[in-house]
Design a protein around this ligand. Sequence first.
Ligand code: HEC
Ligand code: HEC
Length: 238
Amino acid sequence: MKKITVLLAALVSAGVAFAAGPAPKKSGIEAEGYVWNAQEGEKIEALTLQGDVTRGEEAYEVCGACHLPSGAGRPDGTFPQLAGQHTTVLIKQMADIRAGLRDNPTMYPFAVTLTDPQELADVSAYIESLCIPTEHGKYTEADAMIQIAQGKAMYEKDCQECHNANGEGDKEKFYPVIAGQHYAYLLRQMTEIRDGHRRNANPDMVKVIKPYTDEQLVAISAYQASLKMPGSMCGDAK
Ligand code: HEC
Ligand code: HEC
């Protein structure tokens, strides 16, 4: 397995495209009658299975080439931080990537191979068990204090009811953990969700975010990247 990871890392950094059919492109949220998070396919099965962390660690090896062995991803926003994410969110997002509801040509070839519900449950259990990095891509411009303060006010008004005060999300409701995520990735995802390009997005979140300007997205991303989840960050006592 180790050799495969090294080879993969080399291919990824060389920008080599993987041999697999092109990712499908479903209209999702823009289609009439679209049901957000419809419970179908291997997703339902994976959600009911007990994940095995040890088996999951092995299955994760291939993912670590991009998301890093720690799950921390990259600060430039290309590869998201995954560590500590809810299993429900991980399973849903992987199913959605496979279904063509997110534009992710880089990961698509890996998502299509991961259809065994038990393996999905295992790899998700492993990722959820990892601590959330404290050192990650934060907003570092000179006006960070101002941006974070403005973002906080918006977050408390519009986002907290779903993503919670410390960015904990909600496991039962499939709301992602935000704490520890890279600023650049947050900004990119928020922009894609606002503009309708992330076609699996929660319609209630889309409604909230539609009127946001680019400047407001910067502020709210700066704030989210500053969040900490006590007890789940690397170095915290569990
Ligand atoms: C070739 C690189 C690559 C590999 C290998 C890879 N991913 Fe990804 N992954 C990505 C990229 C790029 C994204 C960001 C997608 C976007 O921008 O919408 C992503 C996104 C994700 C997300 C969504 C995160 C979020 O915050 O919404 C999950 C979950 C995920 N990957 C899990 C995995 C798992 C599990 C594996 C191993 C089976 C894996 N990835 C392998 C590149 C990769
Ligand atoms: C009604 C609940 C709800 C509200 C309100 C909401 N969100 Fe979300 N958010 C979600 C869900 C659910 C997802 C996952 C969407 C999907 O299925 O892909 C998500 C995804 C995200 C993501 C992408 C996370 C990732 O790992 O890819 C970010 C960032 C985010 N929300 C930030 C915000 C911010 C900032 C606000 C306020 C302006 C907000 N959300 C309001 C439910 C909500």
